[in-house]
Write a protein that binds this ligand. Structure first.
Ligand SMILES: [Ca+2]
Ligand SMILES: [Ca+2]
Ligand SMILES: [Ca+2]
Ligand SMILES: [Ca+2]
Length: 553
């Protein structure tokens, strides 16, 4: 019987393994006899390896050599597989020192652990190259299910294995960590939304720790993605190799600037750490371009994350802004020093009749501060309700034909969704209390000024369908986000998911005046590093897009 090349290689492998085993047994310094496991056994059919922290033996083919990249190791795969679709046949080996190459068949003795959810060999006592230039196992073409738990189980069964996506539609531009997200183009999904009841499991993430860095925009198509499936920062992601051949098909920008409306335009703009000493140099030019080029110089701009009023004043004087703006900002107690504020056009505002940062207190014991507010005395045992107290402003708006009308704004930046410190506390009850109190503030204004026209606006740090927003709409406020076309109804992208954090709500007294609401998209859809230092464009001036409304007053 004539043996095939493959059979000869296997026999040779068996011979080498037997010899190695013999050496291990004979060597007085190596007293362990290790159990051999296939990679599928090491991975197991659950989310964690059943063989953590013990030395074991395995073999496989090196499918990606990232020893010189940020990953500092390589991916190994059992080219035959164990025949069980629930167990991954690939694994990451954290090792820079024993040089291996793609196509090497290796034998290793090592310890396994879960490194933040990635099953890896983190200590390889022995790595022996058995043969080289082996063909790689076929990549699995990804097609993750939309339901979130099913998607996690699907991805876990492929963790560490070679995967591919022949045609990917990008749904989130490359972020500052050089990651982007997309979906299989054939799904005909243009964007993945937070409030999709089916789930967001169809998302596919791509990272650069294998050396391949792509700067892509939402809507673009990437052809030929291929690489091992990694797991970092709570996401499964493809790590393509530096030398991979890809095709990127660019589509036109999804950037529709606001028109020049005659009616009153109001925007809410989270300016992302607008400090004058922030490590990313505060860029007046980028914000000025955004306001002029994309927002059409709105009459009123409610702003968040601004350090001090001088920055707004300097911004108003920055080219290419042409209109004359004045600023209102009252310093609050936020520990990072960020505040809410207002920029208003002097050609549309006759007078500012009232401007006050309105604080209240809470007995919630969530550890979220701010502890004290120099402008507010809390009762014993209570804590100021807001790190960024709502800025309440009453303006005389100048109409086109010499008429005037009275408008109230409540400008907000609610408690963030991020859980930083204390890391265990849920920030949602705080946001709900903030919303409830702002709702009572609307009632207070209405009590003093019957049929007052009130705009509740800002970064509320919660979703359209959240309890926070329900606490505002229950009192009768009209939620303008639902007036935005569904395909445009997002102001932020988090982990590939498009969502609204920024909101505008109106009292019923403004119902007749309402004309239009829209989101101007120029930030998270666009690749971060391509634009962030380009002072000739407003693209990537912030991590939020801008929600606007047009009122006929
Ligand atoms: Ca398997
Ligand atoms: Ca290498
Ligand atoms: Ca895992
Ligand atoms: Ca695993």
């Amino acid at each position: 019987m004539k043996m095939t090349q493959k059979q000869i290689r296997r026999l040779l492998t068996l011979y080498i393994l037997t010899t190695l085993g013999f050496l291990v047994i004979m060597s007085p310094t190596l007293v362990h006899a290790y159990t051999f496991y296939r990679i599928g056994d090491i991975q197991g059919d659950g989310f964690e390896s059943p063989h953590q922290y013990t030395y074991l033996e395995t073999t496989g083919i090196v499918t990606a050599d990232y020893q010189g990249e940020n990953k500092k190791g390589f991916f190994l795969q059992d080219s035959e597989g164990d025949g069980n679709p629930d167990t991954s046949d690939g694994i990451f080996v954290y090792n820079r020192w024993t040089d291996v190459n793609v196509g090497d068949e290796i034998y290793l003795v090592g310890k396994v652990k879960e490194y933040y959810g990635l099953t890896e060999v983190y200590y390889a006592r022995t790595i022996t190259i058995l043969s080289s230039d082996n063909p790689l196992p076929d990549a699995v073409e990804l097609n993750p299910p939309r339901r979130d738990y099913a998607s996690d189980a699907y991805y876990e069964s492929l963790e560490g294995m070679l995967v591919s996506v022949s045609d990917m539609k990008v749904v989130a531009g490359t972020d500052r960590f050089n990651e982007f997200a997309g979906v299989v183009e054939d799904l005909n999904v243009e964007r993945v939304f937070q409030d999709d009841p089916v789930g967001t499991g169809e998302l596919i993430f791509v990272d650069d720790e294998g050396g391949c860095r792509l700067e892509v925009e939402s809507g673009w198509v990437v052809k030929g993605l291929y690489g091992p499936l990694d797991y970092t920062y709570d996401e499964y992601k493809i790590q393509p190799a530096r030398n991979i051949e890809l095709e990127v098909i660019e589509q036109g920008h999804n950037l529709k600037p606001a028109k020049d409306y005659k009616a009153l335009t109001i925007a809410t703009y989270n300016m992302y750490n607008f400090f004058d000493d922030y490590y990313v140099a505060t860029d007046f030019a980028k914000h000025a371009h955004a306001i002029h080029d994309f927002l059409g110089e709105p009459d009123l701009i409610a702003v968040q994350e601004v350090e001090k009023i001088e920055l707004l004043q300097q911004l108003a004087a920055t080219w290419p802004i042409e209109a004359e703006y004045e600023a209102i900002l009252i310093d609050g107690p936020d520990v990072r020093g960020i505040n809410v504020g207002l920029l208003y056009r002097t050609d549309r505002v006759g007078s500012v009749n009232y401007a006050e940062a309105r604080q209240y207190h809470t007995y919630l014991n969530d550890g979220y501060g701010p502890g004290t507010d120099p402008n507010y005395v809390c009762p014993e045992g209570a804590n100021p309700l807001f790190s960024r107290p709502p800025l309440v402003v009453n303006l005389e708006i100048l109409g086109k034909k010499g008429s005037t009308s009275d408008l109230w704004l409540i400008i907000n930046h609610f408690k963030s969704k991020g859980v930083y410190e204390p890391y265990y506390a849920d920030p949602e009850p705080r946001r709900i209390e903030q919303a409830e109190w702002v709702s009572s503030l609307v009632d207070e204004i209405d009590d003093g000024h019957p049929d007052a026209k009130v705009v509740v606006i800002g970064d509320l740090n919660d979703f359209v369908d959240s309890a926070t927003l329900a606490a505002l709409t229950v009192g009768g406020l009209n939620h303008l986000n639902y007036e935005v076309e569904k395909e445009d109804r997002y102001t932020y992208i988090y982990r590939g998911v498009s969502e609204c954090l920024d909101h505008i709500l109106l009292t019923p007294s403004l119902k007749k005046a309402f004309h239009k609401a829209m989101v101007i998209h120029f930030n998270p859809d666009f690749p971060y590093w391509t634009y962030v230092y380009d002072r000739n464009t407003g693209i990537r001036s912030s991590d939020h897009d801008v929600l606007m409304c047009v009122l006929e007053i």
